[in-house]
Design a protein around this ligand. Structure first.
Ligand SMILES: [Zn+2]
Length: 444
């Protein structure tokens, strides 16, 4: 940063530089330094490309209702822009761009609308922001990672201004195949057997109760791992399989956390040992309770580390719950370095507008957290198949996810998908077909 940004605080100035680096994808080149963000015409000559601030970050605008965009959006080269307009002019050797792709990218990555728009009707009964209420869905671009499109535009403008900057390789940079361990085993306690009997499944309940852990109906890990191993063979070193484990602390639960399980139970220990011995990573599945009481995440993380003997640093919230700034701050305080929660429950797509990992941006103060990575998730099993969400057939669901994977591949992104271990056994939907279809697509 050579110039001070007018009307913008130092915190925002740092965040703006971070966003420009994310957009250009610069790791070893310094092309990002050739991008300015100022309306001070005297400074334009210092840059190859200048993005003109739309006023979004100004005191008196940021955080207010007037900072929220209205539809319809303008677009530039077919990409919707959330702030600014669609004109590009030239002054000397410098391109002057009025499309404020910096504020637009910030809006998506910091989940600004979820922070600034507090209206209840945009949240469901669990306090989760509803995907179909998001700007991205309403403007029709939730299935496109528009932050990546901004990056592609910015690199194109830099090249037009004579700067050398390459496009990223069109391949998936990393696959995160993830599973939330809501129900590790079926009917493995007396309570479970009684529950099965009440639902008319007494014989199945007793059979699972008596059988060895690895014969349990919900012990689908060999199938999950088998598919994941095929993916590993195709993309060595670029595949992680993570199981997020509940670690509830006595009494600190909500009804949505039921059934809880005891990490010291013999059968649960067998599951955890199997996972550890077979290449699965263990992450924390933070409880619904912690979603209401953020300080509790620290205790859950400590307990999971103690019980597993592992340095647990990855997280996903049960129910993909709330995700307010204080929730993320509680993850930082709990020693979590990587969060995998950010996808909508009700509709698959690019909730953050980007398909690459990035450092959490706190919309409350605009700060970039140095020690918490966000890994956006493109789909969850029930989002695609459940009647109350997208309600797609197996084939329609696979087609939808294939398109998201293709977008991810085009932009050298990460593909994070979520399948629960128990989803393959209940109901009439063939989630195994969907899972195997997605893995086959990722192997390409
Ligand atoms: Zn869960």
């Amino acid at each position: 940063m050579t110039q001070r940004l007018e009307k913008v605080t130092d915190t925002f100035a740092n965040t703006i530089r971070y966003i420009i680096r994310h957009l250009t994808g610069c790791t070893d080149s310094h092309a990002d330094e050739k991008v300015g963000y100022t309306s001070d015409e005297r400074q334009w000559q210092n840059y190859k490309v200048v993005i003109c601030p739309s006023g979004f970050f100004d005191d008196g605008t940021y955080g207010t209702a007037q900072s929220l965009p209205t539809l319809p959006l303008k677009s530039i080269d077919g990409t919707p822009v959330i702030y600014g307009d669609d004109t590009i002019t030239r002054q000397g050797d410098t391109l002057i761009v009025k499309a404020d792709i910096i504020a637009s990218a910030y809006f998506m990555m910091a989940r600004y609308e979820e922070y600034a728009d507090t209206s209840d009707e945009k949240r469901d009964c669990h306090g989760r922001f509803i995907g179909k209420e998001s700007l991205a869905y309403k403007a029709g671009f939730l299935d496109r990672p528009i932050v990546e499109e901004y990056g592609r535009l910015l690199r194109k403008w830099l090249r037009e201004a004579g700067e050398q900057i390459d496009e990223p390789r069109a391949e998936i940079s990393h696959c995160y195949i993830t599973h939330d361990l809501d129900m590790p085993l079926y009917s493995k306690t007396m309570r479970g057997v009684i529950g099965a009997a009440r639902r008319g499944n007494a014989i199945e309940g007793i059979r699972n109760f008596m059988a060895a852990t690895e014969k349990n109906k919900y012990f689908t890990f060999p199938m999950l791992k088998g598919e994941c191993d095929k993916l590993r063979n195709a993309h060595e070193g670029k595949v992680s399989e993570i199981v997020f484990v509940k670690s509830t602390v006595n009494g600190n639960i909500e009804k949505e956390d039921l059934p809880t399980y005891n990490l010291q139970d013999r059968h649960i220990k067998e599951v955890i040992e199997y996972l550890k011995d077979n290449g699965f990573e263990i992450g924390l599945h933070t409880s619904y309770y912690s979603g209401k009481h953020p300080h509790n995440a620290h205790e859950e993380a400590s307990k999971l580390r103690l019980e597993t003997g592992l340095d647990v640093t990855k997280n996903r919230y049960h129910y993909l719950r709330t995700l307010r700034p204080q929730d993320y701050q509680s993850l930082v305080d709990a020693g979590i370095t990587d969060d995998f929660t950010l996808g909508y429950a009700d509709v698959a797509g690019f909730r953050t507008g980007t398909c690459r990992k990035y450092r959490w941006i706190n919309p409350e103060n605009g700060e970039v957290a140095q020690n918490l990575w966000i890994h956006p998730m493109i789909m969850m099993d029930c989002t695609v198949g459940d009647k109350k969400y997208m309600a797609l057939s197996e084939n329609e669901g696979l087609d939808t996810v294939k398109k998201l994977i293709d977008q991810t591949r085009q932009h050298n992104g990460e593909a994070t998908i979520l399948f629960h271990n128990n989803v393959f056994c209940d109901g009439s939907y063939d989630y195994e077909k969907l899972y195997k279809g997605i893995i086959a697509e990722l192997r390409k």
